[in-house]
Design a protein. Sequence first.
Length: 340
Amino acid sequence: MNKTVLVSGGAGFIGSHVTVELSQKGYEVIIADNMSNCDETNYRGVCAILGRELPFIRMDFCDRKAVEELFSTHRIDAVIHFAAFKAVGESVEEPLKYYSNNLESFINVLGAARAHGSGVLFSSSATVYGEPDELPVTEKSPRQSATSPYGNTKQMCEDLLRDSVKAYKGLKGIALRYFNPIGAHPSALIGELPRGVPNNLVPFITQTAIGKRECLSIFGDDYPTPDGTCQRDYIDIVDLAKAHVAAVDRILEGRMKEDYEIFNVGTGRPVSVMELVKAFEKVNNLKLNYRIAPRRAGDVTAIWADPSLAEKELGWKAERSVEQTLAAAWAWEKHLAGKD
Ligand code: UFG
């Protein structure tokens, strides 16, 4: 019988791409989402890509009874936990909202996973490294104190997983630290759906290119980097999704070396904001309206991954080029605008 994976937040940007890759690998996937930050677009897109309806449960992971019931009524071999609030700025203004939602939901997932023997995969972030002293960062690089409640919830959830695995025999978990996930599925049927004005670079670029935004602000060109703009490790969303499949395989095939493991999920390739803008223009053959603006508070100068541990242990590495990814992001924006 196929193994079943529960994907909390499965209607979101990352969750929907992971659902597709898991299903295509032969896993049964249950999507659960409270739809607080998305509509049905990605869920419909997932079903269209796979050519079948997937089980969908509308629920809130902060509802402990609902989580327990879900695990009692379904055989869940592994759970991937995406359901969380993710706006850095909002988390500074409403810390309690972030702490209660992001921690409570994960505590409920851990309790149910412990009780029912499910493996746990947690979606962490490179934000835990803060402004690193040495680049690229490895999983052994020190975590820095978080600069936002959002970032702090990522660190705290990692600790919740580490401590639970240590205390509760049989519980196993992996935390994946994502660098900057961008792009969309090559089918252009699923992608990122930011509400309101996007905070992240690539949705802002594609919305500017399509005419929804007037001008992209490049936040700072006086950083100590080769061209003065910040450097990040942009990871294609489908590559990122495949890392989850590799991690679930590892948990369920009993190949973990420790009961709690951490892997960086990045390309190992730094790309500056200006390089990304230029690559977007080139690959999509258009001109983007942009200007240099002051630095954005809280941005780190540069961060990119050493992804060699994931390659060695998970047999995973990023395959898609930045150009392919930016072409997919643009195809998705056009699909949304009905211009394709
Ligand atoms: N940027 C711009 N203009 C924009 C948006 C972004 O110049 O309109 C720049 C930023 O200054 C930064 C780079 O593009 O240098 C990337 O910014 P993003 O907002 O896309 O991504 P971040 O690296 O800031 O965000 C990532 C994760 C978050 C995480 C955060 C922690 O996507 O989930 O790191 O710092 F919280």
